[in-house]
Design a protein around this ligand. Structure first.
Ligand code: UDP
Ligand code: MG
Length: 151
C-alpha cells in the first residue's frame, strides 16, 4: 500500500469497473479513469478486450430474466470494453456514487453518467454493486482472457 493513498489497510476492497463499448468509442476512457484516480483509488488491473457473449451472459447473469437482457448482451459485446479492477477503502459503494444512477437522465450532475450520458442502454460504464459481485465480476472478466497488465 502506498502510504499517501491509504491511512489504514482496513476495509480495503476491490470493485470491477468496465468502460462499456459506447464509452470506449466516444473516447471517454481517460476521463473515466481520471475520476477514480482523482478520488484516490488504486488501479490494480486493466485490459482492453472484446467481451465474448458467454462472458457477458455470465457477468450479467442476475439480469437474465429481464426483458432488456438480449439488448444488453448485444450492447456489451458490440465493441471493445476497458475492464479494470480498482481497490481502496469503501471503493465499491464510492464507485457507484461516482458513476451515478443507472438512468443517466436521473443521474446527478457531477457523476459520470450524469455528466456524460443520456440513455440507460448507453450509460458508458459499469461498477459492481457489492464486494462479493466485485470479486465475481473480476473473476469472470479476466477468466480465459489474456491479462495485459497488473500491478
Ligand atoms: N439496462 C437497460 N435497461 C434497463 C435497465 C438496465 O438497458 O431498463 C442496462 C444498463 O446498461 C445497465 C445494465 O443494464 O447499466 C445493468 O443494469 P443494472 O440494473 O445492474 O444497472 P447498473 O448496476 O449498471 O446501474
Ligand atoms: Mg448492476
Amino acid at each position: 500500500f502506498l502510504p499517501h493513498l491509504v491511512a489504514s489497510s482496513e476495509q480495503v476492497e476491490e470493485t470491477y469497473i468496465m468502460v462499456k463499448p459506447d464509452g470506449v468509442q466516444r473516447g471517454l476512457v481517460g476521463e473515466i479513469i481520471s475520476r477514480f484516480e482523482r478520488k484516490g483509488f488504486k488501479l490494480s488491473g486493466l485490459k482492453l478486450f472484446r467481451c465474448p457473449r458467454e462472458l457477458a451472459e455470465e457477468h450479467y447473469k442476475d439480469l437474465q430474466s429481464k426483458p432488456f437482457f438480449p439488448k444488453l448482451i448485444e450492447y456489451i459485446t458490440s465493441g471493445p470494453v476497458v475492464c479494470m479492477a480498482w481497490e481502496g477503502v469503501g471503493v465499491v459503494a464510492s464507485a457507484r456514487k461516482l458513476i451515478g444512477s443507472t438512468n443517466p437522465l436521473q443521474a446527478e450532475p457531477g457523476t459520470i453518467r450524469g455528466d456524460l450520458a443520456v440513455q440507460t442502454g448507453r450509460n458508458v460504464v459499469h461498477g459492481s454493486d457489492s464486494p462479493e459481485n466485485g470479486q465475481r465480476e473480476i473473476g469472470t472478466s479476466y477468466k480465459t482472457q489474456v491479462l495485459v497488465f497488473q500491478t
